[in-house]
Write a protein that binds this ligand. Sequence first.
Ligand SMILES: [Cu+2]
Length: 315
Amino acid sequence: MRTSSLLSLSWALALLASSSSLVSADVVEHTFEVANVTVTRLCRDNVIAAVNGIFPGPTIYVREGETIIVHVINNSPYNLTIHWHGVFQLSSQWADGPEYVTQCPVLPGKKYTHKFNITAQEGTLWWHAHTAFFHGWVYGALVIRPRLGHSYPFPKPYKEVPIVLGEWWNANIIEVLEEATKFGNPPRLSDAHTINGLPGPLYNCSQNQTFRLRVRHGKPYMLRIINAALNEHLFFKIARHTFTVAAVDASYTNPYDTDVIVVALGQTVDALLTANQAMDSYFMAATPYQTVNTSVVPVADTTTTGVVVYQDFPD
Ligand SMILES: [Cu+2]
């Protein structure tokens, strides 16, 4: 009797171990503490709310099939929620985060824990505050890699680089929206666009606030481009380089080559880039896509730039 129950126990354990990739996915766990910090951009100090003191917020790396747990601690003076933009949320819709849709705001001093699985999605998504204009401050990349033992449907890039495109106001963005709704006007336009939080040299005081992507000649890179702006579709380009678009919104595409990428608001594009030009530095730029008469519908018509720098450097 005892032997047979031990046998069945060991059989059950063996079965469990062999199917562990199905039943016990790994967990990626983070704590997001949202609090006020002072950030200097465009010659000015601005007090913003940010996650873990960094702007843009931390990139989350996960593999398809894994579980994400994020503890949001709101130490900012504002109500907020965090939304997981584009995640399918299969049977976890309560974890999705839109304020007053799936949950009440997390009040100052309070916490909320999100728990959900990443299933059948690979590529790039992102997360952002889902409360009024708050997402102009609180956002970051969500990188979904294939599960262990699986590979990309293209040669593995030498490096993967999040390119998070955003907007910056020389103002408190919570007040920007309050002002607009008070008078029924469109919100005041942003003062800059940004690449990974940095405006680049076309704006005042921003020469030293330029995103630099250092590349090795001949190596393939994957740019995980996210349009985290609040109001605009954006063009993205790198001088004298072409891209192969490999995925959009965490779905692989039929690959296609282009020298300019348009990223709709909230959308992501994974673009393969081979560093195959002469050893030099090349601008990258993002600027709004405008189809409207801007005297009727104003557009923040400014361009953010970064630099691709070819370098020889050790691994
Ligand atoms: Cu969103």
